[in-house]
Design a protein around this ligand. Structure first.
Ligand code: DC
Length: 226
């Protein structure tokens, strides 16, 4: 079974996806991490972010692998662990042009389909319900106001000790990225027609998690663990 969770950055997709996966004993696929890994590799090799051909070569030839380290999901590209390196402000900026490149998307979507269909997955991203798994058994479009998302991101950056902790800077970056993600030609961020809209602004994340689990059980997932 595939549970697709799409929405803008900072809407709480990762937190929700991990919790839902744990409760249903599913695996989690963070597709944003794959675009981030390609952006990291491009920056490492001095590839220009508007060089579509070079970006395509990276996406098509550098294997991206997910692993586990003491309960945390890790990600590697070309055998190099980039779990922490893909969460910097530099990658936040570089990843939008990379993910707007149609050939990069083609290569990564193919990998995402291969991984997801091999088991029961909660898959989070921007185009999961519309492009990657249009036949997903459960589709959710998770949003929150830009202001709430900026507050959450600042708290997250403080906890992790990376990224900007200036609210206005973070808010401006969120608005800029929403604009790029929603208006790009290739697979723009938009809700699938059959996605269940959920707004996490000012609500308990537990309620969102439980709602998604109940949709999954209705769609045929097994037991929910507490
Ligand atoms: O969810 P995130 O912030 O880690 O995503 C990083 C970038 O990748 C963001 O600019 C949106 C893009 N992305 C995408 O275009 N399609 C996806 N399925 C996942 C992420």
């Amino acid at each position: 079974m595939i549970i697709a969770i799409d929405g803008p950055s900072g809407a709480g997709k990762s937190t929700v996806a991990k919790a839902v996966a744990k409760k249903l004993d599913f695996d989690c696929l963070d597709t944003g991490a794959m675009y981030r890994a390609v952006a990291w590799k491009a920056l490492q090799g001095g590839t220009a972010l508007d060089d579509a051909e070079a970006l395509e070569v990276i996406a098509a030839t550098c294997p991206i692998d997910f692993g586990r380290d003491e309960g945390t999901q890790t990600v590697a590209i070309g055998g190099i662990d980039v779990t922490a390196a893909i969460r910097t402000a530099e990658i936040d900026r570089a990843v939008s042009p990379v993910s707007a490149c149609p050939k990069v998307r083609e290569a990564l979507v193919e990998q995402q389909r291969r991984i997801g269909r091999a088991g029961n997955y909660v898959v989070e991203g921007r185009d999961i319900g519309t492009v990657v798994f249009p036949d997903a058994e459960v589709k959710v479009f998770l949003t929150a106001s830009p202001e709430e998302r900026a507050h959450r991101r600042v708290r997250q950056n403080v906890d992790r000790g990376i990224g900007s902790i200036d609210y206005e800077t973070v808010l401006a970056d969120i608005i800029r990225r929403d604009d790029i993600d929603s208006n790009r030609a290739a697979s723009p961020l938009k809700a699938a027609e059959d996605a269940v809209p959920m707004d996490s602004t000012g609500c308990y994340i537990e309620d969102v998690i439980n709602h998604i689990c109940s949709l999954a059980v209705k769609a045929g997932a097994g037991e929910v663990s507490q």
